[in-house]
Design a protein around this ligand. Structure first.
Ligand code: SF4
Length: 106
C-alpha cells in the first residue's frame, strides 16, 4: 500500500464536468454517470478500490466533503496540479486525517 500524507475530495456543486482532473490524475479522479467527477482510492495503490460517488454497496463511498479519499504519495504532485487547473476550484486537498480513516473502519 502507498503511504499517504494528503486526502482529497470534490465539491460536486461546483464541478463543471470538464474532466481535466482525470486527465492529470486518472488514479485519483473518475467521471460519474451524471457528468460530474468524483475521487477514488485505486486498488493498485491501496489494495481495495473505493469510489466516492454516493453509490450503493461495497466499493462505494459518500460524495462531497464526506467522501474523502487518501492520495497516494506517488500522486501528490498530480493531484496538486489538478486542483490548480480545476476550473471549478472544487478539488479540496487536506492533510491526512487518521480520524476519518478510523470512522471508515480502516
Ligand atoms: S477539474 Fe474540477 S471542475 Fe473539472 S471535472 Fe475535475 S473536479 Fe470537476
Amino acid at each position: 500500500m502507498d503511504a499517504t500524507k494528503l486526502m482529497v475530495w470534490i465539491d460536486q456543486d461546483l464541478c463543471t464536468g470538464d474532466g481535466i482532473c482525470e486527465e492529470i490524475a486518472p488514479d485519483v479522479f473518475e467521471a460519474r454517470d451524471d457528468g460530474l467527477w468524483v475521487v477514488k482510492e485505486s486498488a493498485n495503490h491501496f489494495g481495495t478500490a473505493i469510489v466516492f460517488d454516493a453509490g450503493e454497496g461495497p466499493g462505494h463511498g459518500p460524495e462531497g466533503s464526506r467522501g474523502v479519499a487518501r492520495v497516494p504519495d506517488s500522486q501528490i504532485e498530480d493531484v496538486i496540479e489538478a486542483a490548480e487547473e480545476c476550473p471549478g476550484e472544487c478539488i479540496m486537498i487536506e492533510p491526512y486525517d487518521a480520524q476519518i480513516m478510523a470512522d471508515r473502519g480502516v
